[in-house]
Ligand binder design. Structure first.
Ligand SMILES: C[S@@+](CC[C@H](N)C(=O)[O-])C[C@H]1O[C@@H](n2cnc3c(N)ncnc32)[C@H](O)[C@@H]1O
Length: 172
């Protein structure tokens, strides 16, 4: 008897995917602008590929090395370097982008209430130990919080970013 649930083979999955990476500077940009752990960058890169987002990171050598090591994708994803986070976020807002912080803040929008992104949206992710720096909070249009019921104070940043990116992309 064959099982009721069939796992789709790799060849079938590959045929259903894009042939090339999505266009650069799409309408979603994941921005872990103060990263600490290498592994989180590789995880976020894969989520960006899956939802059609770009990744914006600081122009640091260890970040490039971490992305090269963590990149298991068939096609290179679009990665951009941001030298001065606060100035870049201000420029994005001035040009009409929505800047959303993924952070545990007062008056944050809960993930379930977050609508799909209808315009260019920058998804700002905090430092793994200290969150989004105070000087960048004024650059946000709003914050999104992922409710938690456990004992931990927060989620892993790549998990939090991935959940928000999926919601904004309208894929969940
Ligand atoms: C480990 S948390 C930072 C720790 C926390 N801000 C602190 O100071 O203890 C790293 C980042 O993951 C994201 N994050 C983690 N859990 C989250 C949640 N439940 N809702 C929204 N963002 C979250 C935020 O971007 C946060 O800055």
């Amino acid at each position: 008897m064959s099982p009721a649930i069939r796992v789709r083979p790799r060849r079938e999955l590959a045929a259903a995917r894009r042939r090339r990476a999505h266009r650069c500077w799409g309408h979603l940009v994941a921005a872990p602008l103060w990263p600490m752990h290498q592994a989180n960058l590789g995880t976020l890169l894969r989520t960006c590929d899956a939802v059609g987002a770009c990744l914006a990171v600081p122009p640091w050598r260890w970040v490039d090395e971490a992305l090269a090591r963590g990149n298991t994708l068939r096609q290179p994803s679009c990665v951009h370097r941001v030298g001065d986070p606060v100035r870049w976020l201000a420029a994005e807002r001035a040009s009409g982008a929505q800047v959303l912080g993924v952070e545990l803040t007062d008056e944050a929008v809960r993930l379930a209430d977050l609508p799909m992104a209808r315009r260019r949206t920058i998804v700002v992710l905090g430092h793994e130990a200290t969150g989004i720096p105070a000087e960048a909070l004024d650059s946000l249009d709003a914050a999104v919080e992922i409710p938690m019921v456990g004992t931990g104070l927060s989620l892993n940043v790549a998990v939090a970013g991935s959940l928000v990116l999926y919601k904004l992309a309208g894929l969940t």
